[in-house]
Write a protein that binds this ligand. Structure first.
Ligand SMILES: C[S@@+](CC[C@H](N)C(=O)[O-])C[C@H]1O[C@@H](n2cnc3c(N)ncnc32)[C@H](O)[C@@H]1O
Length: 294
């Protein structure tokens, strides 16, 4: 049964709207009702937290009530807040979303951290590195790396043309257009190499498990971004072959993996050089990194 929307009117005051929305989201079983209600209210009224704190008794007004009612209906239909707002932060940078892009996840920052740590340990962070990001989505991994590595240039590849366009737009808005290029392609088949850094957060959910995912993921993240084939490892087989073909001597590849996949992916990369496995903040092995022999 669809959950009841809060009874918002133009004369409803901000504080009451927040309470009503929080209660409606909680009743619908949404995980973070207080935070979501607050973010949606601020966005619907286009105000800051300080403005809300300063004038909690102000009425929503015609436009505010109508926008907030629309946002509430979408969230109650389990659309994620970031999709409603159209933007999501990753590595402290803003990324626009489109229906063709995965919503970037905090876990993926583990991959950015692992690559930067390795490059810094090796004293390569100021080198004019070439980076390839396969399955770039919003372009978040590539943009975060280029943001931290001022001499590097990068290529983002996605099979979804709309994702490649969104990534290009995001890189442009972040001032990275001169160093980041984006193409539509199937894994790295269009790339000749050599490549210094190959990164990817590929689709890795086992096909049969997709129907068990939370509605926020199953209904709103694109299937192409989720489906890793029968055992979830299809993409890694292609990427391991790409790494073997493309990596420069001494180059590195870093792949995000799903829970329980690290050992299998480490096995696929093992022939290239020493492999390390990096946990995310929850302690789950999240990134497999290989440093190709020089
Ligand atoms: C899990 S998403 C990751 C998106 C983004 N890199 C991130 O971390 O938020 C995987 C991405 O791979 C893309 N993809 C799926 N199959 C592909 C293929 N054969 N070649 C290139 N990209 C592919 C999807 O369109 C999607 O954007």
């Amino acid at each position: 049964m669809p959950s009841a929307a809060p009874p918002l009117t133009p004369s409803t005051i901000r504080a009451d709207a927040l309470r009503q929305l929080r209660a409606a989201l909680a009743a619908a079983g949404i995980d973070s009702p207080a935070l979501d209600a607050r973010l949606l209210l601020l966005a619907a009224l286009d105000i800051s937290s300080a403005e809300l704190a300063g004038l909690p008794e102000a009425p929503l007004g015609e436009e505010g009530a109508s926008r907030l009612a629309g946002f509430a209906a979408r969230r109650l239909a389990r659309e994620p807040v970031a999709r409603i707002l159209g933007e999501r932060e990753f590595w402290g940078l803003p990324f626009r979303l489109s229906p063709a892009t995965l919503e970037p996840r905090p876990d993926t920052e583990t991959l950015v951290e692992a690559v930067l740590k390795t490059l810094r340990r090796r004293g390569h962070a100021d080198w004019p590195l070439t980076i390839v990001d396969v399955g770039t989505g919003t372009g978040c991994i590539l943009a975060a790396l280029l943001h931290e590595l001022p001499q590097a240039t990068g290529l983002g590849i996605d099979r979804a043309p709309e994702a490649a366009r969104t990534a290009r737009d995001n890189a442009g808005r972040l001032g990275l257009a001169a160093r980041a290029h984006f193409i539509v392609g199937d894994w790295s088949t269009a790339v000749a190499g050599p490549v210094d850094v190959l990164v990817s957060n590929p689709p890795y959910i086992e096909s049969d498990l997709i129907r068990t995912l939370a509605p926020e993921v199953r209904r709103y993240d694109p299937l192409l971004a989720l489906d890793g084939g029968p055992d979830g490892l299809d993409a890694y087989r292609a990427l391991a072959a790409d790494a073997r073909r493309l990596l420069a001597p001494g180059g590195l590849a870093a792949l995000e993996v799903g829970e329980g996949q690290a050992d299998a992916v480490a096995g696929l990369l093992a022939g290239l050089g020493p492999v390390s496995i990096h946990p995310d903040l929850a302690g789950i092995d999240r990134v497999v990194l290989v440093e190709a022999r020089g």
